[in-house]
Design a protein around this ligand. Sequence first.
Ligand code: FMN
Length: 407
Amino acid sequence: MNPWFETVAEAQRRAKKRLPKSVYGALIAGSERGQTIEDNQRAFTELGFAPHVAGPIGERDQSTTVLGQQLSMPVLISPTGVQAVHPDGEVAVARAAAARGIAMGLSSFASKPIEEVIAANPATFFQLYWCGGKDEILERMRRARDAGAVGLILTLDWSFSHGRDWGSPVIPEKLDLRTMLKFAPQTLARPRWLATYMRSGSIPDLTAPNMAIGDAPAPGFFGAYGEWMGTPPPDWADVRWICEQWDGPVLLKGVMRVDDALRAVDAGVAGISVSNHGGNNLDGTPAAIRALPVLADAVGSQVEVLLDGGIRRGSDVVKAVALGARAVLIGRAYLWGLAANGQAGVENVLDILRGGIDSALLGLRKTRVTDLERSDVVVPAGFERALGLPETATAASAPVDHAASHA
Ligand SMILES: Cc1cc2nc3c(=O)[nH]c(=O)nc-3n(C[C@H](O)[C@H](O)[C@H](O)COP(=O)(O)O)c2cc1C
């Protein structure tokens, strides 16, 4: 079989064939009824384009900067724990991102230590959860700074919902003989996945090395998750404290409301990612792209506004940029690529996105991604969601039915 694939949908089909059922299920993730995870993708299908038929443009240019990093296209790797997908895990993803000139977001729950990931891609942002006491949080930040992280992604949208109507995968923490036998029917049915691990000489486990404190051994995923669950959520003073402690840009990930975006700016963040955690947080939250235009209007002149959730093709990136995002982060798209073909699979996904962005720029007769504007996109009436508009906000409280102004 040709290892090259032409769409992210094909990468997902291959991932499904290749991964043990429980690993594939962990990547599908989502919560409750799956309303948000579905809306993240459906919303992009509701948006259209308003292409030109002629007109001069120069050589197309996708490059941009995000939080001080030069990127070859407006795409970053969103932080995810990619345990058990591929033995090289986040290091393979970081190499692919570096090879394609984009930045990497490394999850707190990642399977590889931050030092190895930064060696593969110096443009790495470390993702932090509010987990443990302030001393532990500071210790993890110090390690990330010492390793050379170029910024912090602070993810705060999580509500510990653990039920899914389609069933949750059973995930063992360690593969000892007993669990290996228990999972044998799944893993033996996926010989190529098994062979990749056997060739690497490692066995999949769920250690979270970046959650280790000092010289203590790295906790297992479930231990770290338990610590997170037991930590009271932060308030806005805590967000400000994080920004003060980190000598560099902080991106707050998971913002969906205008009032939160305004408070985040006030707390000192350098950027926000409009996001619902890829539909894994509170089910019923609208698609991130529906909240983007209003949030970009509210704070886009003060901080960098990114988006993540539902990006599967280059045209999705272009729609998000046209509606006000400086760039997007991708999650499942690269996970499918990693599962399908390791580092080369992630590069394949990034090339698909780049090709799609290029086609859209050509169709829209735009030279640069930074030239994209809202009138390039057809937004149906009632598409947008204005969540958390403060009563006093004037500019942001304008009606959100912009349909009349779109071609
Ligand atoms: C399997 C999986 C694990 C994730 N783990 C994290 C994480 O550790 N930290 C985080 O900030 N976001 C995490 N996310 C959310 C992603 O960073 C991102 O917000 C989401 O995947 C974007 O949606 P998309 O998958 O449709 O691109 C995870 C998502 C998935 C699918």
